[in-house]
Write a protein that binds this ligand. Structure first.
Ligand code: BGC
Length: 721
């Protein structure tokens, strides 16, 4: 079924225009256009003329440019001059599961499908730039935007980002990789100053952006709100010029986040092209408006610098076929194929964390009743989270899916279980306060339903009062007295399955040893309910893997262990350095609740005959690891083979393991497949702060092959000359 779908899908999407590099001819056209423009016209293109549009030059055939959020769906239309929704009736769209869920699929084909769909839908809405993906590293479990981001691991982020951007941009829509850089917290995001070592920058925080630009060809980059090493990101010469333009050879548009500009001359010199979202009602007062014209007229900036910025915008316009409307992708929206892609994405994201006595998948013919419990059984989430919120065409809740799929054959006993006690205050985490009370009446009602049912499923977790842009969580616990609810329901019915709906780590120690089955279903987008129901009843199998480490307690995780989250006096120093996520847990010998890359299946997998193609490699070589993967259980399933590298002895500290390759493999029961994983020796390098270069020291490296970061089935030694 899956294969048929993939074939159909690729057929469906071949009719897309090909992303092409600009050639000398195009560069000439760009220069010709610029020559015809007045300074005012040029500057008019370098700042917004409304919330999400920038001006063109009509007399020269340069249209307005239309930008839109966001990373997992095309956001509904917002009024030009205020933040209210425009109230259109044709701007509902497909909503995918957000970033951490996308990463949990570990499936690059699905990631590409998402890119194609979002590109199609953005074009249908006549958008030129889609503001995503958000790829900041998950540094703390508490960051409010973790759900939008992807992972704690730069390699996983890079792979997903490249797949997403390349696919999206085939649809004549520019991606905007964000938020460059170090926007790893929402607390004080407009003012915080982030400090990290050059090595941490190069090895952890930059690789995703580099991959997006160099390998993915991202056409635009969004500068973060915060400061980096003392200077605002949007006017930071090192970030904007040295790295982005000189090292990465970025020829696209470097824009601000919405209201992240702070200067005219400094930002212009630092490589910023486009000012968006500044909080001044007269657009002419913006930094890249009249003050920019004045700076040129006063001789503080050369007009050629303005030309360079206009050229960057025109280049992206050419690359996305803005000047060739006839041949530009027209787009489509809310097609069954798009919805199916959202469904697959939700299914494959689901991580099975615990499954005692094979309680899952539920044996439906043997059941007469199911208790469905919890606020998250009926809550919709697509419309939350702030800038990534989606006005989705529909969103199926878990209770709706259970009722629709099973309601005829068995009794569904619903109980609310707990109430959402938090509320959402823009710009503040205050709304999370006082949301820990236990509602015994609701618990008692849930216990009654659980007792009279054959099994109980509790839909627990968070919502976008917690997982949201603009502020961080204030703790890592399950709110609303859910722990107590789950404990009581499990006592009432030992066959209790807990499904967590959340986009970032949670403290689960109060429930994990009490419940027989635990499933992490993320925010599942528009098809959330269908996906989770199908996995629980065995129509689909779980195949997701955690894209972050699940700590037992918050203070296990590096930034919190060191007391440097969320900073002090508006300064945050990344003292954990390169030891982010599992790199920290492994280096310090800390046992997390669940490790990075973890996730069970309804079947079992064996890895055999793992070997490298050679024993000794030179620095230019690529290692090929071959192995046989066998589905040794009785059901179909998918395993994500993960390859981690380590260096036996090195002149600098290195993590015990670092992800360097992975592959998701689908197998029928009893089926075997040969799998080849490739790692370039150059990818085994560390960043030397002595020489400011990447260094591969000759010697022994070990390649660990496994099914999570701590379930290593085979370790292979290789020598590098
Ligand atoms: C967010 C961006 C978003 C922009 C436009 C900002 O607050 O940080 O991610 O793209 O708003 O909505």
């Amino acid at each position: 079924m899956k294969q048929i779908f993939l074939i159909l899908f690729s057929f469906f999407f071949v009719i897309s225009s090909v992303f092409s590099q600009t050639d000398a001819g195009t560069e000439k056209k760009i220069q010709q256009l610029i020559k015809k423009m007045t300074l005012a016209e040029k500057v008019g293109m370098l700042h917004a003329n409304s919330k999400f549009y920038t001006a063109g030059v009509r007399r020269l055939g340069i249209p307005e440019w239309s930008l839109s959020d966001g990373p997992h769906g095309v956001r509904a239309e917002i009024n030009r001059d205020n933040w209210q929704y425009a109230g259109w009736t044709n701007d509902s769209s497909t909503c995918f599961p957000p970033g951490t869920a996308m990463a949990a699929t570990w499936n690059l084909d699905l990631t590409r499908q998402r890119g194609y769909v979002l590109g199609e839908e953005a074009r249908f809405r006549k958008k030129d730039v889609l503001l995503g993906p958000g790829i900041n590293i998950i540094r703390s479990p508490l960051c409010g935007r973790n759900f939008e981001y992807m992972s704690e691991d730069p390699f996983l982020i890079s792979q997903l980002t490249v797949a997403y951007i390349k696919a999206l941009q085939t649809k004549d829509v520019a991606a905007s990789v964000k938020h460059y850089l170090a926007n790893n917290q929402e607390e004080n995001r407009f003012t915080i100053d982030a400090y990290m070592s050059e090595r941490a920058l190069r090895e952890i925080y930059l690789p995703g952006f580099k991959a997006a630009i160099v390998d993915g060809g991202a056409l635009t980059v969004m500068g973060a709100y915060n400061k980096f090493r003392g200077e605002w990101c949007t006017e930071n010469f090192y970030l904007g010029r040295t790295i982005l333009r000189d090292e990465f050879k970025f020829k696209g548009v470097y824009m601000t986040d919405w209201d992240a500009a702070h200067s005219t001359v400094k930002a212009a010199l630092a490589g910023l092209d486009l000012e968006m979202g500044t909080n001044k009602s007269n657009y002419n007062d913006w930094f890249f408006a009249n003050p920019l014209i004045k700076a040129v007229n006063d001789g503080k900036l050369k007009e050629s610098l303005v030309d360079e910025k206009v050229a960057n915008i025109l280049r992206v316009m050419f690359k996305t076929n803005v000047f060739d409307p006839k041949n530009r992708v027209k787009g489509s929206i809310n097609t069954p194929e798009h919805q199916q892609a959202a469904y697959r994405s939700a299914v494959e994201a689901i991580v099975l964390l615990k499954n005692e006595n094979e309680l899952l998948p539920l044996n439906i013919p043997a059941l007469k009743s199911i208790a469905v419990i919890g606020d998250n059984a009926t809550r919709t989430h697509c419309g939350g989270g702030l800038s990534s919120e989606i006005k989705t065409l529909y969103e199926v809740t878990p209770l709706q899916a259970f009722t629709q799929k099973l309601g005829k054959d068995l009794k569904i006993n619903f109980a609310q279980g707990y109430n959402k006690q938090s509320s959402f205050f823009e710009g503040s985490s205050k709304g999370q306060l006082n949301s820990d009370s236990i509602d015994w009446k609701l618990i008692d009602e849930a216990v009654v339903q659980a007792k009279k049912s054959d099994v109980a499923v509790v839909f627990a977790g968070l919502n976008h009062d917690f997982d949201t842009e603009s502020f961080d969580r204030i703790h890592m616990r399950l709110p609303y007295g859910q722990e107590k609810l789950i404990q009581e329901v499990t006592k009432a019915n030992p066959k209790t399955i807990v499904v967590i709906i959340a986009g970032s780590p949670l403290e689960l120690s109060g429930i994990v040893h009490r419940v027989p089955a635990l499933v992490w279903a993320w925010y599942g987008g528009m098809e959330a309910g269908n996906a989770v129901c199908d996995v629980l009843i065995g129509n689909q199998f779980p195949s997701g893997k955690l894209p972050f480490t699940m700590p037992v307690t918050l203070n296990q995780s590096p930034a919190h262990a060191l007391g440097n989250f969320s900073g002090c006096d508006l300064k945050t120093t990344y003292e954990e350095d390169i030891l982010v996520g599992y790199r920290w847990f492994e280096a310090k010998g800390i046992e997390p609740l669940y490790p990075f890359g973890y996730g069970l299946s309804y079947t079992t997998f064996d890895i055999a005959n793992a070997s490298t193609d050679k024993k000794e490699y030179s620095k230019e070589d690529e290692v090929i690891v071959n192995l046989t993967l066998e589905n040794s259980g009785k059901r179909a399933g998918a395993e994500v083979i993960q390859l981690y590298a380590s260096e036996t002895a090195c002149s600098v500290m290195r993590p015990k393991k670092e992800l360097k390759a992975f592959q998701k493999v689908f197998l029928q029961a009893g089926e075997k497949k040969l799998v080849a994983l490739k790692v370039k020796i150059s990818e085994l390098a560390y960043y030397s702060e002595k020489t400011n270069t990447w260094v591969v020291e000759p010697g022994e490296f070990v390649l660990h092959i496994g099914t999570s970061s701590n379930d290593i089935r085979k370790s292979l030694q290789v020598m590098v000359k």
